[in-house]
Design a protein around this ligand. Structure first.
Ligand code: FES
Length: 137
């Protein structure tokens, strides 16, 4: 083996190691936390839930982010970003959800609209009866 062959072999081996380690770390980034199955009711008369009295307001409860859209509809999705688990926030402009950790965005129904997340948030059903908001799914 001459010098050129040796350097070519070493370069290929290092490239394979670097590529393998990158692929492993990329896989770990989308750990898709398991979305909880829930069934709970929020009393909108309670000061604890007052964020939901205003259009564009939101709160977290039982692993779920519950929001009141700019048109007054209640929506709910799992709060843990499917990228690495940070809590998403509600964005009244566009009635969407966003993760500030790495910029993932989700539609009002939890569908991914911008990576790095590659799986959707779980959507829950919201049912308003009087001043009681049931969230389940
Ligand atoms: S944790 Fe990375 S985008 Fe949400």
């Amino acid at each position: 083996m001459d010098r050129k062959e040796f350097l070519g072999l070493v370069g290929t081996s290092i490239g394979a190691i670097v590529l393998g380690s990158c692929l492993q770390s990329c896989k770990k980034q989308n750990n898709s936390p398991t979305a909880p199955t829930v069934d709970f009711t929020l009393d909108l008369n309670s000061s604890t839930n007052s964020a939901l009295l205003s259009n564009g307001g939101y709160l977290y409860s039982n692993g779920v982010i519950v929001a009141k859209t700019t048109t007054g509809t209640f929506i709910a999705v799992s709060q843990a970003c499917t990228h690495q688990g940070s809590a998403v926030i509600f964005q009244p402009v566009g009635n969407s959800f966003q993760c500030n950790s790495h910029g993932a965005k989700f539609a009002s129904n939890g569908t991914v609209t911008n990576g790095p997340a590659n799986s959707n948030l779980k959507q829950y059903t919201c049912t308003l009866t009087g001043t009681s908001l049931r969230v389940n799914g």
